[in-house]
Ligand binder design. Structure first.
Ligand code: ADP
Ligand code: MG
Length: 566
């Protein structure tokens, strides 16, 4: 297959390219960030594969990234000696988008440039961002261990060409043929500034030629010209292994963007070095925005696992429980074997210990955020609250901690905003009140307008209004908070306990007495369709309501199960 093939981009790629060029033209610097990030990933992959097969290094084991420019040709080249790609891999990786969440992404586009730019950023522009700067991109790559190299070329319109070429060194060169007017990127100082700003945390050395001042001749101005000597532009040490005091917020943020493929800053992070029985470093981030595929089963997981600075695998789902699947970051273990596989991870006690420690860190981070930055916590809750609600059912050991982080809507404000914690609720409880009251329904409006609430509103007792799908599941795992039972107001006999005074009880008895005949007649009329007909003190305005038995499924859960075909 030495001949040149012309292939079409997948429709989505075409669409993405168009959008990107039009909405992200003011973010030109991210092009370098993305390409350097890819080069760094490629080096990580090579290092990992080389653990099993050292010959993949060929005779070149000093991994690095190189940035070079050619003023005359108006090209900018980003090269790596990482894993490289085979022909099929190039076609697959750089001609299609096989990511989960792609459909959602395209559905969410509005046509409003600013909004879409934001969405595209969240989706991740990756390699395609090259076309923001370039009107033609040439990629030449040779997979480690292979002899054939391939050249891919495209002007980012409808198609690309691919052909077999020669390439001595392993890895990938991406050559950007700059658009008219982008000559500022053919500048030594400009490029070095961008690299330091966005890619200082990259573990590999990013090399450029040293430049020297050369005086102008014949009265012309002088300029910086490249020499033959290499210079490492970035710090090139693993950011997470550095001391906290030496890392700026900016660096933490840029590192986050690299590991998460996010485009915006994270909401919060926790960085710690654990010593003792297990030795590891964790740098974990809470993103500012939920990804498109938060609920997608094949979504990417967030944690990158390293062993002594060597990248082992992405998506190490064993390192975070499902209910914290939004967390992104790095865990670097000093104890795990380098050849650790997914199977070993499955039932390794060391991994279990690292996971438990990391979960504690994240929960602690969230507690701290809730305490010290309530506005940020509210943002977090809006994005990820529904996921966190899966926690009590999944993580028994941390149930209380998680419960403390939960937020709900309630009759106190009567708005849909979920901002009441159990703690706040308890502080507002009536002196005689013993339990936490809640109601579940399939919409907020249904919860808020439920006739079950009438007596509570009349007596000024706060009730939590739950209408997220996950709430029933959460309540299955959570029956109390700090010794206070959670009580549905729509189930069983409503015992208001000490909240009722004797006069209430007396009045209730009288009504029951008076209504005896009526109750009997209703019972006969409804027959088998109901278990029981009772006079209730639940209602103050409505004439009747449906109540589930104490041990029956709640009406809402019954509806959910029915909808799910159970
Ligand atoms: P992402 O990095 O988020 O996967 P990109 O669009 O940046 O998305 O890259 C798409 C894919 O192309 C990568 O996942 C990788 O498989 C491949 N790729 C890109 N650049 C390189 C490179 N320099 N070396 C090897 N593979 C690369
Ligand atoms: Mg990338």
């Amino acid at each position: 297959t030495a001949e040149k093939q012309t292939l079409g981009f997948q429709a989505e790629v075409k669409q993405l390219l168009q959008l990107m060029i039009h909405s992200l033209y003011s973010n030109k610097e991210i092009v370098l960030r993305e390409l350097i990030s890819n080069a760094s990933d490629a080096a990580d992959k090579l290092r990992f594969e080389a653990i099993a097969d050292g010959s993949l290094y060929e005779s070149d084991s000093e991994l690095h990234i190189r940035i070079a420019y050619d003023k005359a040709a108006r090209t900018l080249t980003i090269s790596d000696n990482g894993i490289g790609m085979r022909r099929e891999e190039v076609i697959q990786n750089i001609g299609t988008i096989a990511r989960s969440g792609t459909k959602e992404f395209f559905k969410n586009l509005t046509g409003d440039q600013a909004k879409d730019a934001n969405l595209i950023g969240q989706f991740g522009v990756g390699f395609y961002s090259s076309f923001i700067l370039a009107d033609k991109v040439t990629l030449i790559t040779r997979r480690a261990g292979e002899t054939e190299a391939v050249q891919w070329e495209s002007s980012g319109e409808g198609d690309f060409t691919i052909e077999t070429v020669e390439k001595a060194g392993r890895g990938t060169d991406v050559i950007l043929h700059l658009r008219e007017g982008e000559d500022e990127f053919l500048n030594d100082w400009k490029l070095k500034t961008i690299v330091r700003k966005y890619s200082d945390h990259i573990t590999l050395p990013i090399l450029m030629k040293k430049s020297e001042w050369k005086d102008g001749e014949n009265g012309e101005g002088g300029q910086m010209v490249p020499t033959d000597e290499d210079e490492t532009v970035n710090k090139a040490s693993a950011l997470w292994a550095r001391s906290k005091n030496d890392i700026s917020d900016e660096e933490y943020n840029e590192f986050y963007k690299h590991v998460s493929h996010d485009y915006e800053n994270p909401l919060a992070y926790t960085h710690s070095r654990v010593e003792g029985k297990q030795e590891y470093i964790s740098l974990l981030y809470v993103p500012g925005k939920a990804p498109f595929d938060l609920y997608d089963r094949d979504r990417r997981q967030g944690i990158k696992l390293y062993v002594k600075r060597v990248f082992i695998m992405e998506d190490a789902e064993k390192l975070m429980p499902q209910y914290l699947r939004f967390v992104r970051g790095v865990i670097d273990s000093a104890d795990l074997p380098l050849n650790v596989s997914r199977e070993i991870l499955q039932d390794s006690r060391d991994v279990e210990a690292i996971k438990n420690g990391s979960v504690k860190k994240v929960l602690g981070l969230l507690e701290d955020l809730a305490e010290t930055k309530p506005e940020d916590y509210a943002k977090f809750w809006n994005e990820f609250g529904r996921v966190l609600k899966e926690g009590p059912g999944e993580d028994f050991a941390n149930k209380d901690k998680i419960a403390g982080l939960l937020r709900f809507a309630s009759t106190h404000a009567d708005t849909e905003e979920q901002n009441v914690s159990f703690k706040t609720y308890i502080e507002r409880m009536k002196p005689e009140q013993e339990v936490i009251y809640y109601i579940t329904a399939d919409t907020f409006a249904a919860a808020k307008n439920s006739p079950h609430l009438e007596i509570f509103r009349k007596k000024g007792i706060e009730v939590l209004l739950m209408s997220d799908k996950v709430d029933e599941w959460m309540l299955g795992g959570l029956t109390e908070f700090q010794g206070k039972k959670l009580q549905s107001i729509a189930k069983g006999d409503l015992d208001l306990g000490k909240l009722e005074d004797d006069a209430d009880k007396e009045a209730q008895k009288q009504v029951e007495e008076q209504a005896k005949d009526l109750v009997e007649r209703i019972k006969t009329a409804l027959g088998e369709t109901v278990k029981e007909v009772k006079v209730t003190h639940r209602l103050t305005d409505s004439p009747a309501c449906l109540v589930a038995g104490e041990h029956d499924l709640s009406g809402n859960l019954a509806r959910i199960l029915k909808a799910a075909g159970q």
